[in-house]
Design a protein around this ligand. Structure first.
Ligand code: DQA
Length: 149
């Protein structure tokens, strides 16, 4: 059983070299290593999944329901602004989630201001770089513990 699933969408496998002015210099691997340590310290189990393919993310969210995942931290990346399918998958599972963006999506192009996820999310963190994932994980751990798990 996994308590927390961290999902990352398209192009986030390129973190470290991808548009560092927007996304910073941390690689996804280094971010996940820090999250793994935080999860361990918080006494929860954690899994990571990144895909560039919408259907793989949808399938992974569906699997999370079977696996009884308690909480999801997700950066849907470009799918934030396009994917009804990924939104529907999260809605179908009912698993609480926090939406994370490295950059401040409200301070960029107009098309990034709309998210298909924010109204369903427990919370949204945008613009704090890699720290956003750590804050989201802390909040997820708190909420899991508050539910007595
Ligand atoms: C992003 C913001 C999105 O607009 C963009 O398409 C991404 C990354 C972020 O983390 O800031 O790929 O989700």
């Amino acid at each position: 059983m996994t308590d927390i699933l961290v999902l990352n969408g398209p192009n986030l496998n390129l973190l470290g070299s991808r548009e560092p002015d927007h996304y910073g210099r941390d690689t996804l691997e280094s971010i996940n290593t820090r999250l793994q340590a935080l999860a361990k310290a918080g006494g929860v189990s954690i899994e990571f999944f990144q895909s560039n393919a919408e259907h793989e993310l949808v399938t992974r969210v569906q699997k999370a329901m079977q696996d009884k995942v308690a909480f999801i931290v997700i950066n849907p990346a470009g799918f934030t602004h396009t994917s009804v399918a990924l939104r529907d998958a999260l809605a179908a599972t009912g698993i609480p989630f926090i939406e994370v963006h490295l950059s401040n999506i409200h301070a960029r192009e107009a098309f990034r201001k709309h998210s298909y996820f924010s109204d369903l999310a427990r919370g949204v963190i945008s613009g704090l770089g890699a720290t956003g994932y750590e804050l989201a994980l802390q909040a997820a751990i708190q909420q899991i513990k508050a539910q007595g798990k």
